[in-house]
Design a protein around this ligand. Structure first.
Ligand code: PNS
Length: 183
């Protein structure tokens, strides 16, 4: 059966779904997606519409951002879902859910989530990829905190995310203060 995304039939060979909040997407996520594309033909980035988590960016904004990041890569499909991941996956007929692991501290939460998903749907397996050493300390949560307090997140998230964070937190577009002799 050909999987469908938003009712549209897409010819997908071996496809993985990468679910998450992506609030916002970081280079850690992007690294996982790019590495996954060495294994899978396509990756569906499935953005959870999870208002109860009080996201900084609305699901529409997160969709817009991730679509812009991957606008030149037709192998990355960006979609959103509400409710259970297994129900969304059932609609697409994909069998692999992809998650990144940064540190052992991630393991327990991820293990519970993968086990719960497998108990809900035995056809869905979770594949874990270790985050690259350059990004093991990067999380959407810390990015938001640093950005909110005016710290530099350049190099950890794409430039368009830096801009969006500055807009959200009403910060000036260029953060670094030019200190002259007169200061
Ligand atoms: O980026 P996150 O916030 O760690 O992603 C978590 C996410 C969205 C993958 C997870 O919360 C999820 O799958 N939510 C959908 C609801 C669901 O299926 N829950 C059952 C698994 S415990």
């Amino acid at each position: 059966m050909i999987p469908k995304v938003k009712g549209k039939e897409i010819d997908m060979g071996n496809v993985a779904i990468y679910p998450g909040s992506f609030d916002p997407i970081t280079y850690g996520h992007i690294d996982i997606i790019e590495r996954a594309l060495q294994i899978f033909d396509k990756v569906i980035v499935a953005i959870a519409d999870n208002e109860e988590k009080r996201p900084l960016f609305t699901v529409e904004e997160r969709l817009e951002i991730v679509k812009e990041v991957f606008e030149d890569n037709p192998n990355v499909i960006v979609d959103s879902f509400k409710g259970l991941l297994v129900d969304y996956v059932a609609k697409t007929n994909v069998k692999v859910s992809l998650r990144g692991l940064r540190a052992t501290s991630d393991f327990e939460y991820e293990f519970h989530m993968a086990s719960m998903n497998r108990s809900l749907d035995t056809h869905l397996d979770t594949l874990f990829m270790m985050t690259s050493k350059d990004y093991f300390f990067v999380s959407s949560r810390t990015i938001k905190e640093v950005a909110r307090l005016g710290g530099a997140v350049e190099g950890l998230v794409p430039d368009l995310v830096v801009r969006r964070l500055k807009e959200k937190f009403k910060l000036p577009v260029t953060k670094k203060k030019q200190i002259g002799w007169d200061d």
